[in-house]
Design a protein around this ligand. Structure first.
Ligand SMILES: Cc1ncc(C[n+]2csc(CCOP(=O)(O)OP(=O)(O)O)c2C)c(N)n1
Ligand code: SF4
Length: 761
C-alpha cells in the first residue's frame, strides 16, 4: 500500500472520538454532503435523520432533508431524486424496510446508485423495536449491494466506501449499509473520522455523470414496460453489475485503507488460520464471539470466528477458502426462513462449501437472539462447544435448532389481568341520542359530569404514559359518550405502547394492534366480517359493537391512504385521531400535523433553520371532502362538547357510515410544557382559533365553540408562549414564521366561519 505523502497526511488527518453507530452514520452523511435525504422515522434508525437535521439547523451541511409521509414515500422520494442524478441517502429499519420493499428492486434495476442505512430491527409481529436480522433477510434478493458494519467505526467507513462502490461506472447500484439496532446504533465506541470534510469529498470525487431526468435536451424513458426477453436481459445486467461489484469492492477497500489505515475485506476472519472449528455470525454478535474465542484458545482449543463485511455480492469463493480446514461450523442466524431448516446465511454458506468436493465441514445452524435477545459470551461458548463436539465425534445430533428458547405450555391459558366490562358497565343508558325525522338533526341529551365521572373506564389506569399525557384522559372521555360494546384497533404510537406491553393490557375491551399504516383497512375488514357473520346468523343475534380505530396524528400521515379508502367505502366505524402534533412515541419528530415553526427533533431551530418549514395538514377538511356522514374536532378542555360529539359519532357509525374525529391532546414531554397546564394549553389552542371546535354533519359545517362570540378570543402568541417547543417564535428573529403561522390560522378560521354561516359551503 502506497504511503501518504506529507500533503495527504494533512488532508486525511483523523480525530479520535467516542461515538455511536447512528452518530457515525450521520457524521459520514454530513461529510459526504448528499444532495438529498428522503426519510421517515423508525426506531432505532431515526436518530440519523435527527442528528442530520440538528446539524443542518446549525448550518453544518446543505443536505435537502425531505420528511416523507411513510417509508414507501421516502423510498419513492429517493428514487425520484436519484433519477435526477444527485447523491441520495435514506435510513430505515424493520417495518420501514418492508413498507418500502417494492421500491428497492426498481431502484437497483434502474441502476440509480444511492445509500440506505438499515439499522437492523426485528420485523413485526409482534412489534419489537430491538435487533435481529429478519429485516435484513428481506433485502437479500433486491439487487442492492449490502455492506455490514459490526461496530460504529465500520458504520462510518462503510458509508463512505459505499458511495464509491455504488457509483463506480461498472457497478451503478444502490448500496445498503446494515448494522445492529441498539447494539451498534446506540452504543458508544472509540472511533476515528476525518477531521476535514474535504478528505471525504476528495476520496469520493464528484458524482459521476449518468443519464438523468433533468436534462430536457436528452429526454430518456426510465422504467420502460418490458416483456420477454428484455426483462431477463435487464436482470442479467443486474447480475453482471453485481459481478463487477465483486471486483470493485476490494479496490475501494484498498484505497480507503490507504487514507484511513483501516482495512476491510469480504470476510472478517478471526483466528481462522489454523481453526478446527468456527462459528459464523453477522454483525455485533461476532465481536462477542471473538472474546470467547480468545478464552477458548487460551485453553488450547483451535477455534475461530467468521463474519462478513460484504453480504451482497455473497463472497462464495472467500467463504470456501476460509473454511477449507474447518471440521465443524455453527452458523448463528438472527432470523429464520421459516420451514427451510435454516436462514439464508446457512444455506448460502453450505452452498458455497458444497462446490468444494473436498470440503468436509459439518454445518449446524442455530437461530438465536430474535427480537434483541442478548447474545452473551456464554452463548458463543455454547456454539463453540457444539462445534467442538461435532468435530470430535464427526457426528451432528441436531443440525437445525433455536438457541435459548422455551416452547411454552399450550395448555396454559393467557392470564386475564383485568375483568372484562359487564353489560351494566358498558351500557348504563346514560347516552341518549334522538333524531328529528323531519330535519335529520341529532339531539344528545345532556349528561351530568358526575354521571360521566362515575362511568367505568374502558382503558384502565396503570398504563405507562408520561405524567400529564393527554392521550388516556381524552380517549376515556370520548368513550364515556359511547354506550355498549366497543372494539378498538390501534395504530402504532404512544397510545399503543403505553397500554399494551405484554403480558399486560390496560384495555377492558377487545383491542387489536396492527401496523402503523394499516389500522383503517384492518378495521374495515373486521366491520365487514361482523356484518357478514351477523347476516349468516353465526354470531349471537342482537350483538351490537361500535368499532373504533385509534391513531396518532403520525398514523394519519403514513396511514392516510388506508383511511381515505375506508372513508370512501364508508364502513360503519369511527376513526379517532389523537393529535399531539408529532411522532411522540419515536422521540418527537415532526408529523404533518406539526404547525409551522414548531420545534421537533426533525425540525430543529438554529441559525440556518427555524423549526418546521411547512404548515400543518387540515385533516378534518380532507375527511370532510370524502363526504362521510360525520366529522368533528374536540378536546378534553371542552369535555361536554367532546362527549356530545362521541355520542353523535356512535350514532352515525352505527347507522350511516364512517366517522372521523380529531382530538387535540397535550404531550408535556415533547411540547416541553408543564405537566399540570395541559388543559390550559388545549383551551388556548382553541381560543386562539388554531384548533377550532366544529363538526361537519351530513355535509353541514357548524362551529361548536366560537371564541369570538364567547369573547374568549386570545392571541396566537398566548398559546405559543405556553410551550417550550414554540417559545422561540416570540423572538424577533422568528417574526416571519410567526406571521406566516398567524396568517394561516386566520385564513383557515375565516374560511371555517364562512362555512358555518353558509350551509352550502
Ligand atoms: C412502517 C413503520 N414506520 C415507522 C414506524 C415507527 N413509528 C412507530 S410509532 C411512530 C410515531 C407515531 O406517531 P403518532 O401516530 O403521532 O403517535 P404518537 O407516538 O405521537 O402517540 C413511528 C414513526 C413503524 N412502526 N412502522
Ligand atoms: S411522549 Fe407525549 S404522547 Fe407519548 S406518552 Fe409521553 S406525554 Fe404522552
Amino acid at each position: 500500500m502506497a504511503q501518504l505523502v506529507a500533503e495527504e497526511k494533512a488532508k486525511f488527518v483523523q480525530k479520535v472520538d467516542f461515538r455511536t453507530g447512528n452518530e457515525m452514520a450521520a457524521q459520514a452523511a454530513k461529510q459526504i454532503n448528499f444532495h438529498l435525504m428522503g426519510y421517515y422515522p423508525i426506531t432505532p434508525s431515526t436518530e440519523v435523520a435527527e442528528f442530520l437535521d440538528e446539524m443542518r439547523a446549525a448550518g453544518e451541511h446543505e443536505i435537502s432533508m425531505v420528511p416523507a409521509d411513510g417509508e414507501h414515500s421516502a423510498a419513492g422520494i429517493c428514487y425520484g431524486a436519484t433519477s435526477g442524478g444527485g447523491r441520495v441517502f435514506n435510513c430505515t429499519a424493520s417495518q420501514g424496510l418492508l413498507y418500502s420493499l417494492e421500491q428497492l428492486p426498481v431502484q437497483s434495476a434502474s441502476r440509480f446508485p444511492m445509500l440506505l442505512q438499515l439499522v437492523n430491527r426485528s420485523v413485526s409481529g409482534p412489534l419489537d423495536i430491538r435487533c435481529d436480522h429478519s429485516d435484513l433477510y428481506y433485502a437479500l434478493t433486491t439487487g442492492w449491494i449490502i455492506l455490514l458494519a459490526r461496530e460504529p467505526q465500520a458504520v462510518y467507513d462503510m458509508n463512505i466506501m459505499a458511495v464509491r462502490i455504488g457509483e463506480h461506472p461498472t457497478v451503478r447500484l444502490p448500496v445498503i449499509v446494515a448494522y445492529d439496532g441498539f447494539f451498534t446504533s446506540h452504543q458508544k465506541r472509540r472511533v476515528q473520522y476525518f477531521e476535514n470534510d474535504e478528505a471525504v469529498v476528495d476520496f469520493l470525487g464528484r458524482p459521476p455523470e449518468f443519464p438523468h431526468a433533468l436534462d430536457p435536451r436528452h429526454p430518456i424513458t426510465f422504467g420502460a414496460y418490458m416483456n420477454d426477453p428484455d426483462l431477463i436481459n435487464t436482470k442479467y445486467q443486474l447480475k453482471l453489475a453485481m459481478d463487477a461489484a465483486r471486483e470493485v469492492i476490494p479496490q475501494v477497500f484498498e484505497e480507503y485503507a490507504r487514507i484511513s489505515g483501516r482495512r476491510y475485506s469480504f470476510l472478517d476472519l478471526y483466528k481462522m488460520d489454523d481453526a478446527e472449528v468456527a462459528i459464523f455470525l453477522l454483525n455485533s454478535a461476532a465481536e462477542t464471539a471473538k472474546d470467547m474465542a480468545d478464552r477458548l484458545r487460551q485453553q488450547g482449543q483451535r477455534v475461530g470466528v467468521v463474519s462478513l463485511d460484504v453480504l451482497r455480492p455473497f463472497p462464495v469463493e472467500e467463504v470456501r477458502q476460509a473454511l477449507k480446514g474447518t471440521k465443524a461450523l455453527v452458523i448463528g442466524e438472527r432470523g429464520d426462513s421459516y420451514g427451510a431448516q435454516g436462514g439464508p446465511l446457512s444455506h448460502e454458506v453450505k452452498a458455497a462449501l458444497q462446490e468444494d468436493a473436498e470440503n468436509r465441514t459439518l454445518c449446524l445452524t442455530r437461530v438465536y437472539g430474535l427480537g434483541g435477545k442478548d447474545f452473551y459470551a456464554e452463548d458463543a461458548e455454547e456454539f463453540f462447544n457444539l462445534a467442538l463436539k461435532a468435530a470430535e465425534t464427526g457426528q451432528v445430533e441436531t443440525r437445525f435448532a433455536y438457541h435459548g428458547v422455551t416452547p411454552g405450555d399450550p395448555q396454559k391459558p393467557p392470564m386475564q389481568v383485568l375483568p372484562p366490562l359487564t353489560k351494566e358497565e358498558t351500557s348504563p343508558g346514560l347516552v341518549q341520542v334522538t333524531r328529528n325525522e323531519e330535519t335529520g338533526e341529532l339531539k344528545v341529551k345532556p349528561i351530568a359530569r358526575w354521571q360521566l365521572a362515575a362511568r367505568a373506564k374502558r382503558i384502565t389506569p396503570g398504563h405507562g404514559a408520561c405524567p400529564g399525557c393527554g392521550i388516556l384522559p381524552a380517549l376515556n372521555l370520548f368513550f364515556k359518550g359511547i354506550e355498549g360494546d366497543v372494539v378498538i384497533v390501534n395504530h402504532t404510537g404512544c397510545a399503543e405502547i403505553v397500554t399494551s406491553g405484554y403480558p399486560f393490557s390496560n384495555h377492558r375491551v377487545t383491542y387489536i394492534h396492527n401496523l402503523f399504516q394499516n389500522g383503517a383497512a384492518t378495521l374495515s375488514g373486521l366491520v365487514e366480517m361482523f356484518q357478514e357473520r351477523q347476516r349468516r346468523g353465526d354470531l349471537p343475534a342482537g350483538e351490537d359493537i361500535t368499532f373504533v380505530m385509534i391513531s396518532g396524528d403520525g398514523g394519519m400521515d403514513i396511514g392516510i391512504g388506508a383511511v381515505l379508502g375506508a372513508a370512501i367505502r364508508n364502513h360503519k366505524m369511527i376513526i379517532l385521531e389523537y393529535d399531539n402534533q408529532g411522532y411522540m412515541n419515536t422521540g418527537s419528530q415532526l408529523s404533518y400535523s406539526t404547525p409551522l415553526g414548531h420545534m421537533t427533533t426533525t425540525s430543529h431551530v438554529g441559525p440556518a433553520q427555524a423549526g418546521k418549514a411547512f404548515h400543518h395538514r387540515d385533516t378534518p377538511q380532507i375527511m370532510s371532502a370524502c363526504h362521510i356522514p360525520y366529522v368533528f374536532t374536540g378536546t378534553e378542555a371542552f369535555p361536554d362538547d367532546l362527549v356530545k360529539k362521541a355520542a353523535k359519532a356512535q350514532w352515525y357509525a352505527k347507522n350511516e357510515g364512517l366517522v372521523y374525529g380529531k382530538v387535540l391532546i397535550a404531550c408535556p414531554l415533547n411540547w416541553r410544557s408543564e405537566d399540570r397546564i395541559g388543559t390550559k394549553i388545549l383551551e388556548t389552542a382553541v381560543n386562539c382559533r388554531f384548533f377550532p371546535l366544529y363538526e361537519v354533519e351530513q355535509g353541514i359545517t357548524k362551529l361548536t365553540h366560537d371564541p369570538d362570540r364567547a369573547r374568549h378570543h386570545v392571541d396566537v402568541r398566548d398559546w405559543l408562549g405556553l410551550m417550550g417547543k414554540t417559545r422561540h417564535l416570540l423572538q424577533p428573529q422568528y417574526a416571519p414564521q410567526l406571521e406566516a403561522l398567524e396568517a394561516e390560522i386566520e385564513r383557515r378560521w375565516q374560511r371555517l366561519k364562512a362555512m358555518h354561516e353558509h350551509p352550502q359551503l
